[in-house]
Write a protein that binds this ligand. Structure first.
Ligand code: CAA
Length: 388
């Protein structure tokens, strides 16, 4: 109903934030987007610009030195960065993904120790759930954490870890009781500097080439027992609760990529002349643009509604609905991003297929949003198990 609508309509502050982040993204991030993709290099310029404006991890609560922005504000930041450079949008998105287990379930000491440096821009946070043989079946992980006196000793391999090597901190899910499957998994904070932590070669990917994806090797990594996030055996639930919130940030990313592609194509068709007039004057082109904009708007409403739900859940509201809404927003928005970016390439014709124009990069970047934080097939399983 309309009451629900009021809950997620962006406020004046949200609109102001969007203006700020859009200006910053266009001035300081967009100029490097093509090079970051072409050279498969980390977008240091984006990190520096985001940190300088305190926009790299806006979700961190004020009590731990953060901006204390709500879930919708976080979505807007990610959306606007993704509109110009999807790789760079992984900085605020994965900072939230990596640190949310600590925020949701960590001890006061862990929060103080790890959220401060994140908020200050001195450290990034990555999230280590997947393994070579445990992707969709996350509970099938093999990485072990064995208690030894006042420490745990971790051994295993985590794969597809976004920003691995760049991040100082890693939330690692590991098996503490192999007899209990998901209830025998615990979550820990591991630091890059812990002895026995190392990284694989960067993956050679189709898109988001500026965001390093590497394996994380844990070789007899001994950490103090108080680095465990929450109680023993709650790590899988914490990992899933985290994804309920952060799948919305992937929806935001997808939305931003799609909007960037539409904005570019819209400008192009007004300039491009064939048969004696701008191709924007042909109804066939207009219908494509109308469909693209319609789908983006539907994805935006679903994403913002899910963000409002995420905010209410974080403040203590019920969770069942969020699981459905987070999965629905991610699944829908990522499919929209794929469709819209393919259409944007089509609208630019042969030019769209070249690296001289940004839409082929957006199309390659869009694909990952249908895959990570759970494939869209997994999202459908999650939705079916949590039908409203
Ligand atoms: N909230 C809280 N607890 C939850 C939960 C949720 N949303 N979902 C599950 N749990 C807990 C419950 O305690 C549950 O036990 P009960 O049945 O007693 O309630 C327990 O976990 C086990 O749950 P399931 O039986 O549903 O577990 P499952 O093995 O069937 O798996 C799954 C469920 C949804 C398929 C899950 O494995 C999944 O989400 N897979 C996809 C993994 C994924 O998204 N990976 C993304 C990696 S991160 C990434 O991509 C990052 C990046 O770099 C950007």
């Amino acid at each position: 109903g309309s009451a629900e609508f009021d809950l997620y309509r962006p406020s004046e502050e949200h609109d102001m934030l969007r203006d700020t982040i859009r200006a910053l993204a266009e001035a300081k991030i967009a100029p490097y987007a093509a090079a970051v993709d072409e050279e498969s290099r980390f977008p240091q310029e984006a990190l520096d610009a985001l940190v300088a404006s305190d926009l790299h991890a806006v979700h961190v609560p004020e009590s731990y030195g953060g901006a204390g922005a709500d879930a919708l504000a976080t979505v807007i930041v990610i959306e606007e960065v993704a509109r110009v450079c999807a790789s760079s949008s992984l900085i605020p998105a994965v900072n939230k993904l990596g640190s949310l287990p600590v925020i949701l379930s960590g001890s006061e000491d862990l929060k103080k120790k790890y959220l401060g440096p994140l908020a200050a821009g001195d450290a990034m946070f990555s999230y280590c759930l997947s393994e070579p043989d445990a992707g969709s079946d996350a509970a099938g992980m093999k990485t072990k954490a064995v208690r030894d006196g006042d420490s745990y000793v971790l051994n295993g391999v985590k794969r597809w870890i976004t920003n691995a090597g760049e991040s100082e901190y890693y939330t690692v899910m590991a098996v503490t009781d192999p007899t209990k499957r998901s209830k025998g998994i615990s979550a820990f904070v591991v630091e890059k500097s812990d002895e026995g932590v190392s990284f694989g070669a960067p993956e050679k990917k189709l898109g988001i080439k500026g965001s390093p994806t590497r394996e994380v090797y844990l070789d007899n990594v001994r950490i103090p027992a108080d680095r465990m996030i929450g109680e023993e055996g709650t790590g899988f639930a914490t990992a899933m609760k985290t994804l309920d919130h952060t799948r919305i940030t992937i929806a935001a990313q997808a939305l931003g990529i799609a909007q960037g592609a539409l904005d570019y194509a819209k400008g192009y068709v007004q300039e491009r002349k064939q048969f004696g007039k701008a191709i924007a004057d042909f109804q066939g082109i207009q219908f494509m643009l109308a469909d693209m904009a319609m789908k983006i708007e539907a994805a935006r409403q679903l994403t913002y509604a899910a963000a409002a739900k995420s905010e209410r859940v974080a403040a203590g509201g019920g969770e069942g609905d969020l699981t459905f809404q987070g999965a629905a927003a991610k699944c829908f928005a990522s499919d929209v991003a794929m469709e819209v970016t393919v259409d944007a390439v089509q609208l630019l014709g042969g030019y769209g297929y070249t690296r001289d124009y940004p839409v082929e990069r957006m199309m390659r970047d869009a694909k990952i949003t249908q895959v990570y934080e759970g494939t869209n097939q997994i999202q459908r399983i999650v939705m079916a198990r949590n039908l409203p």
